[in-house]
Design a protein around this ligand. Structure first.
Ligand code: PMP
Length: 359
């Protein structure tokens, strides 16, 4: 709830900011939380304990120092960053999206992304005072190639975001269409691979074909949403420029140590991601068999479904202890759609039962 600002303060705050809604995190206490594409698995107890010991030994009195460079080097090796390319860190990829808008804020600059898509692309444009151009997907959630190419020609965007896979539709785009968009782009193209641990393809092996393409990833969906660590890979000279707008100590010593620990135990997270991909396949089978539900194929740890009445199903599921995301008001193409995060076997069973009972 926002209290009304007294006039002497209201004149200090931007009008458009006053008109905005704060990013809403749904209350989830006591509910099976399947609304935010988190990994439902915690670290195994022995690793959680080992991590506690590692974090306990971190000096908190110093600003983040060379451990951040160690983390960057570890991530460069982990993500197989090509020669001549570099990597910058963000406090989640959310921060990288904001920093990129800041760095590209030249007169007339705009940001373009398909819709429905991740809200931060539009928000970063608005907050930076850049124009945002949203291009609707086709009704089956594919890129509308001609509409994209036309919007690119008209608006000459400085940044095009392609979430690969997309949120909330969970699909990968057609690679031929991506290629033609990349070739037509007069500015940067960011391949946002937040859901890469669950995807059947990555853009990484095509990255060096085009010097204006950047790759963005996060450890959030991997299993470290609470840590807040995202990274962006691109040609070293370009990354060096964008890195200048990054607040100097944006990644805390605790984020840094936890991320280093996670990379040392990457196999555990890979096993969890594999388990979630198996759960996703089972969920899709069960959803396909549920009359009245349409479920789209997924390359992420979420499944978009259309139900007869999203508000009724959302509330009914919540009353039965399961929290999902009602995305039906995000965009007309998502009418009566819910976004379901893939959880543990038990959580998925509860979610399916709650959905079935709430249709
Ligand atoms: N990109 C996409 C497509 C996302 O869906 C999200 C989060 N839901 C992010 C980026 C941001 O992730 P984070 O800030 O947690 O790294």
């Amino acid at each position: 709830m926002t209290a009304t600002l007294p006039p002497q303060l209201a004149r200090l705050i931007r009008q458009d900011v006053q008109g905005m809604h704060a990013y809403a995190v749904q209350p989830s206490a006591g509910l099976v939380k399947l609304d935010a594409m988190e990994n439902p698995h915690r670290l195994p107890a022995n690793l959680q304990q080992a991590l506690g010991a590692r974090l306990g030994a971190v000096a908190l009195n110093r600003y983040p120092g060379e451990r951040v460079d160690t983390l960057r080097a570890a991530l460069k090796a982990y993500a197989q960053v090509p020669d001549g390319y570099d990597l910058m860190l963000g406090n989640g990829s959310d921060e990288l999206i904001s920093l990129l808008a800041m760095a590209c804020d030249v007169p007339g600059a705009s940001i373009l992304a398909p819709l429905p898509g991740f809200v931060m692309y539009g928000m970063s444009a608005q907050l930076q005072g850049l124009k945002f151009v949203g291009v609707d997907l086709t009704p089956d959630f594919e890129l509308d190639e001609s509409a994209m190419l036309e919007a690119i020609a008209t608006h000459q965007p400085s940044i095009i975001y392609l979430a690969y896979p997309n949120n909330p539709t969970a699909n990968l785009w057609d690679d031929g269409v991506i290629e033609r968009i990349v070739e037509a782009a007069p500015g940067l193209v960011v391949m946002d691979e937040a859901y890469q641990p669950f995807a059947s393809r990555s853009y990484l092996d095509r990255l060096t074909r085009h010097p204006h393409v950047l790759l963005m990833r996060t450890l959030s969906k991997f299993g470290l949403a609470g840590v807040r660590l995202g990274y962006m890979v691109g040609p070293a000279a370009l990354i060096a420029q964008v890195d200048k707008v990054r607040p100097p100590y944006n990644v805390s010593v605790l984020n840094c140590e936890a991320a280093l620990f996670a990379l040392e135990h990457a196999d555990v997270f890979h096993q969890q991601a594999a388990e979630l991909r198996r759960e996703r396949a089972l969920l899709l089978d069960r959803l396909d068999a549920m009359p009245g539900v349409r479920a789209w194929r997924s390359d992420a740890n979420m499944i978009l479904v259309r139900v007869p009445e999203a508000a009724r199903s959302f509330e009914g599921m919540k009353a039965r202890g399961v929290l999902v995301k009602n995305v039906s008001r995000m965009h007309p193409l998502l009418a009566n759609c819910l976004r379901l995060t893939v959880g543990t076997t038990d959580e998925n069973a509860q979610m399916l039962a709650a959905l079935q009972a709430s249709l």
